[in-house]
Design a protein around this ligand. Structure first.
Ligand code: FES
Ligand code: FES
Length: 155
C-alpha cells in the first residue's frame, strides 16, 4: 500500500512502491493531464509539483513522494495567473506539452513576479515543445507576471 496526497486529497493505493508516479497519476487516479513524452526525464511533459517544486513525474517512484504534497495540472486553480495568461495569449498549439510547461512556469512564478530573463529562458528550455510555441510561451510568462503584479501577487 502506498499513500499519496494529490491535489488536496489523500489516496491509499495498492501499487508497488517502485511504480512511476506518472503512471499512477494517469492509470490509477485518472489524472490524464500529466502527459507521457520521453519517460527519461528529458522532455518535461510529465511535470508536476512536489512540495511546490517542478519535478518530472516519470522519473519519480511513488514511494519517493509518499507524504509529500503533489499537485498536477488539474490541481492548479483555473484562476491561476499562468492558466489565465495562457488563454489570453493563446499559447497552446496541439497542447500536448502544455500541462508540463504550465506547471514548470507556475513553479517558477510561485510567490515571485520578478524572475530574471535567464530564469525565464531556462524554464522554457526545460520543456520540449514539438510545435515550437516558445515565442508564445514567453509572451504567456510575461502576461502572467503582469497579472501577478496588477493583483499584488508575488514580490
Ligand atoms: S515524460 Fe517525463 S520528462 Fe519526458
Ligand atoms: S503545443 Fe504541441 S508539443 Fe507543445
Amino acid at each position: 500500500m502506498v499513500s499519496l496526497h494529490v491535489n488536496g486529497k489523500d489516496y491509499r493505493l495498492d501499487v508497488p512502491g517502485d511504480s512511476s508516479l506518472l503512471w499512477v497519476l494517469r492509470d490509477h487516479l485518472g489524472l490524464m493531464g500529466t502527459k507521457f513524452g520521453c519517460g527519461i526525464g528529458e522532455c518535461g511533459s510529465c511535470t508536476v509539483h512536489v512540495d511546490g517544486k517542478a519535478e518530472r513525474s516519470c522519473t519519480l517512484t511513488v514511494e519517493e513522494v509518499e507524504g509529500k504534497k503533489i499537485t498536477t495540472i488539474e490541481g492548479l486553480p483555473d484562476n491561476h495567473p499562468v492558466k489565465r495568461a495562457w488563454i489570453k495569449e493563446q499559447v497552446v498549439q496541439c497542447g500536448y506539452c502544455q500541462p508540463g510547461v504550465i506547471m514548470q512556469v507556475a513553479a517558477l512564478l510561485d510567490g515571485r513576479s520578478n524572475p530574471n530573463p535567464q530564469e525565464i529562458i531556462e524554464s522554457m528550455d526545460d520543456v520540449i515543445c514539438r510545435c515550437g510555441t516558445y515565442a508564445r510561451m514567453k509572451r504567456g510568462i510575461e502576461t502572467a507576471i503582469r497579472i501577478m503584479r496588477e493583483e499584488g501577487q508575488g514580490s
